[in-house]
Design a protein around this ligand. Structure first.
Ligand code: FAD
Length: 456
């Protein structure tokens, strides 16, 4: 019997893999529902993720899993249009002519940006390919320095700075160029005439979560159950301690997959992870009319939030009873920031005022709901040297045999954490756990064979 700590996508994927390989498994989830960061709200129609979610075309494991679970036909590929808000104007930024018309960069800056995204290094006046192939070469290079050296100051100021500011705030100088290059490669298909192709489940990620729960078995998943301790014998972990509404329970186990943030791993095993996390605050605003006509609006002007993501310009409002749904989102670097310290009423007031500043015609009367989700560990800060801090899948060499890690500090969650990365991390941890058990069984069989040979 294996134990999975955490019922987010990574924990459910690990449990599914363990069951598919014929092993018994139990999942303990500390909160009252599975889903973790992909938890949902109800709407007048389909549910919607509390934090905005879409898939990239470059992600394959989630597509294969959806097919395997019989919900592949619910995955839709849609166009998610991007725009920049600059000097009071929304500038669409997907099609070549829109990019050419964007006033935030010169033509030369745009050319240098395009060459970088195609992996072409033109420093020294001669095009070179392959400079950016090995991300490890850029692991210790600060992202700002890299952009200015490999493109132009104008590309940094006019394009990357607002994005990096929204994503990392005052931590930007810690971020590595390897992360940026990984992100450029991670981004999926672009339709030259229409924009970026992004995936979304018809019915939200709940479609995949429900299919996973069905495949794993609802009876083996316990919610409101926090794993608080592991007990190890000479051969590795032997039991887990779980706090539930009914009290403290102890369960024997053959191995444990920790599919939660690294601080949970620290509490359970003492393993320390050097990766820093940033928080996120995200509101889903229900409106009876659209605010913009774009999906993803980066805000280069001053605003109390990082981005406005109008979900119903990506998935039609008819799916939500005709309501328009807008995410207002901000990452948080420090617990002292107003976006973290404000209570719901104060945040709502400040963010609606921020929208009014950007869009003077915005009518607060159009807002029928303003729901806020906060998470203190929403994404890693991809600092220089990040890859050395990644938590290994198998914790045996770190002194915890029988413990496997599938949380957000896993290798599979770099250069960008995602649902797909969570599934890969869950699969890798489950495979490592099974591999170790199978190896132990093989060793025991071989020892038994030797004993029989010696007897006989
Ligand atoms: C703002 C935001 C935007 C995002 N956008 C996208 C996107 O567009 N596309 C995309 O693919 N991904 C996106 N993601 C990332 C995606 O949500 C995550 O990568 C993924 O959900 C992580 O899953 P996980 O299972 O590793 O962790 P989590 O979802 O954090 O799950 C961990 C679970 O463990 C539980 N837990 C913790 N401690 C214990 C314990 N001691 N015992 C039992 N249970 C415990 C927690 O309650 C939680 O449910 C986004 C995330 C955020 C925050």
């Amino acid at each position: 019997m294996y134990t999975v700590v955490g019922g987010g996508i990574a924990g459910l994927a690990a449990a599914y893999r363990l069951r598919s390989r014929g092993h018994e498994v139990r999942v303990f989830e500390a909160s009252d529902a599975v889903g973790g960061l992909a938890a949902l709200y109800d709407t007048a129609g389909d549910p919607i993720e509390r934090f905005y979610h879409h898939l990239s075309r470059s992600e394959e494991t989630i597509v294969e899993l959806a097919d395997e679970l019989g919900v592949g036909d619910r995955l839709e590929w849609r166009i998610g249009e991007n725009a920049y808000y600059l000097d009071g104007v929304v500038h669409p930024l997907d099609k070549p002519w829109e990019i050419l018309a964007y006033p935030g960069m010169s033509l030369y800056d745009k050319l240098r940006l395009a060459l970088l995204t195609q992996g072409i290094d033109v420093r020294g006046g001669r095009p070179r390919f392959g400079t950016y192939d090995d991300l490890a070469d850029f692991e210790d290079v600060p992202v700002r320095e890299f952009i200015v050296e490999h493109t132009t100051q104008g590309v940094y100021d006019g394009f990357f700075e607002p994005l990096l500011d929204a994503k990392f705030g005052d931590r930007v100088d810690d971020v590595s160029a390897a992360w940026l290059l990984g992100r450029v490669k991670f981004r999926g298909e672009r339709d030259l005439l229409r924009g970026e192709v992004l995936g979304y489940f018809d019915g939200s990620v709940a479609v995949l979560l429900d299919a996973l729960v069905d495949a794993v078995g609802e009876d083996v998943i316990t919610t409101n159950a926090r794993v608080t301790g592991l007990d190890a014998g000479p051969g590795g972990v032997e039991s887990v301690t779980v706090e539930t509404d009914a009290g403290t329970e102890t369960h024997d186990t053959d191995g444990v997959v920790v599919a939660a943030m690294p601080n949970v791993l620290t509490d359970l095993t003492g393993y320390t992870c050097a990766i820093d996390f940033q928080g996120a605050v995200c509101a889903v605003v229900t409106l009876d009319e659209p605010l913009t006509d774009t999906y993803w609006l980066n805000v280069a002007d001053d605003a109390p939030f990082g981005a406005l993501i109008e979900h119903t310009n990506f998935v039609p409002p008819e799916r939500y009873g005709g309501d328009h749904l807008l995410y207002v989102a901000s990452y948080v670097q420090s617990p002292d920031e107003p976006n973290w310290t404000d209570d719901d009423a104060a945040l709502r007031e400040r963010w609606l005022a921020g929208i009014e500043d950007l869009f003077p015609a915005f009518d607060r009367g159009a807002v029928s709901a303003f729901r806020i989700a906060r998470n203190p560990r929403a994404a890693p800060v991809y600092e220089r040297g990040y890859r050395d801090a990644i938590v290994p899948t198998d914790l045996a060499a770190a002194g915890s045999p029988g413990v496997y890690y599938a949380g957000m500090a896993s290798r599979a969650q770099y250069p960008e954490r995602s649902l797909n990365g969570g599934i890969v991390a869950g699969f890798e941890a489950a495979d490592a756990a099974v591999g170790r058990t199978d190896a132990a069984v093989d060793r025991a069989d071989a020892a038994a064979d030797r004993a029989i040979d010696a007897d006989g």
